[in-house]
Design a protein around this ligand. Structure first.
Ligand SMILES: [Zn+2]
Length: 393
């Protein structure tokens, strides 16, 4: 073990530990029974059998609870104000709802103070952390002016390293009659103001949002500024989003609800992760994405919450795991992998999503003997302890 000034901590008697490192344990999840993990500072220093754990400054007895890597939620929209309770209630009551959808949130977000937006982001990050999420990507997309998008990204960047510029969420209501002019704004002055605050560029490539040519313009401009693409693709219908994501080397194609055989093939042959967001289908009573053909073809699948006030107002990765197992053809092992290692792949990170020496010390204990309980006991708050960057939350 490396020696540092930080005290080392051993977590022992973990009934079953998911490492996501096949070299450390059994199967693709690298499962270890009666495991121990040693934390040194913000890193994992040692992983193995409890009986072989080295001496440490501190010890925590997991008492037969299961352990998993912290969840990596690679898709959310947390910089917003207001909520859309009335819209959800109307949709779930079978009533038509003609108010503004995303525009409602855009108006509320523009009107909110920086302090209010910071507080909102902090609140939902804390909520997610309590449920085991130790890495959270989040996006702009409710400002839709140069100033409001740049502000959203500055606020997001104060809370997470994984920040995505989504000026192309919808065409700004200010440009309702001039979508081409809005694309020019997004790829010009807005990108100039936003690129310094973001790692990723995203576009909602869908009928009613941005078509294939517009999406290509946004992603290409973002790439030229050093941002890596990710795409809202094939959520509401078949479209060019997935093929575009693969062609431009996007880190992920997100939603993937309506896929052709060619889309599945393209994802399987690429490094682009298929990120499935079942909270959106749940909250809109839409058809589920089917993970099975993607997994069988060899595509990498991630699970994420899509947390946003309109179409998926959940921050719960365990909830998404349960839905993916119940309704999307995933096994419990696959769903847990996708919510941890899969999310890390979607963010092109190797330091998170696994419990192995050198990885960031992000892990959770479950009030259950196995990670399978995340799907087996849906809705039950099983996450009972979370370490984030080596600190017990
Ligand atoms: Zn989204």
């Amino acid at each position: 073990m490396t020696t540092t000034s930080a005290p080392t901590t051993a977590i022992t008697h973990i009934a079953q530990l998911v490492t996501n490192d096949p070299s450390l344990g059994e199967g693709p999840l690298g499962l270890i029974q009666d495991a121990a993990v040693v934390i040194d500072g913000d890193r994992i220093a040692w992983v193995g059998a409890s009986s072989k754990a080295p001496a440490t400054d501190n010890a925590v007895d997991a008492g037969g609870r299961a352990g998993i890597p912290g969840f990596v939620d690679s898709h959310s929209h947390l910089v917003f104000a207001g909520d859309r309770t009335a819209e959800f209630n109307a949709r779930m009551s079978g009533r038509p709802y003609s108010a503004g959808g995303i525009r409602t949130t855009v108006a509320a977000t523009r009107a909110a103070s920086d302090e209010a937006l910071h507080a909102n982001v902090a609140r939902y990050l804390a909520e997610a952390l309590r449920q085991g999420t130790t890495t959270q990507e989040t996006k702009s997309g409710y400002g839709l002016t140069v100033e409001d998008e740049a502000r959203a990204l500055r606020i997001a960047a104060a809370h997470t390293d994984e920040v995505t510029f989504l000026g192309a969420h919808i065409v700004s209501p200010d440009y309702a009659d001039d979508p081409a002019g809005y694309v020019d704004l997004v790829t010009g002055p807005m990108l100039d103001a936003c690129a310094p605050h973001a790692r990723w560029v995203d576009v909602f490539c869908e009928k009613g949002a941005f078509d294939g040519d517009q999406a290509r313009a946004v992603l290409t401009a973002g790439k030229a500024r050093g941002l890596v693409p990710r795409v809202h693709a094939n959520q509401l219908g078949h479209g060019p989003g997935v093929q575009l994501a693969v062609e431009l080397g996007a880190a992920s194609a997100d939603h993937c609800t309506h896929l052709s055989a060619a889309d599945i093939d393209a994802l399987a042959q690429s490094d682009t992760v298929a990120t499935l967001l079942p909270g959106a289908e749940f909250s809109t009573r839409a058809r589920w994405p089917d993970a099975r053909p993607l997994l069988d073809a060899g595509a990498t699948v991630a699970l994420s919450t899509d947390c946003n006030p309109g179409s998926s107002f959940t921050s719960s990765m365990p909830f998404c795991i349960a839905l993916a197992v119940r309704d999307m053809g995933m096994t419990p092992d696959e769903a847990v992998w996708s919510a941890t290692a899969g999310g890390a792949r979607a963010l092109r990170r190797t330091d998170i999503g696994r419990i192995a020496p050198g990885a960031r010390a992000d892990l959770a204990l479950l009030d259950a003997p196995s990670h399978v309980h995340l799907a087996y006991r849906p809705g039950v708050p099983l996450v009972s302890a979370v370490w984030h960057k080596g600190v017990l939350v």
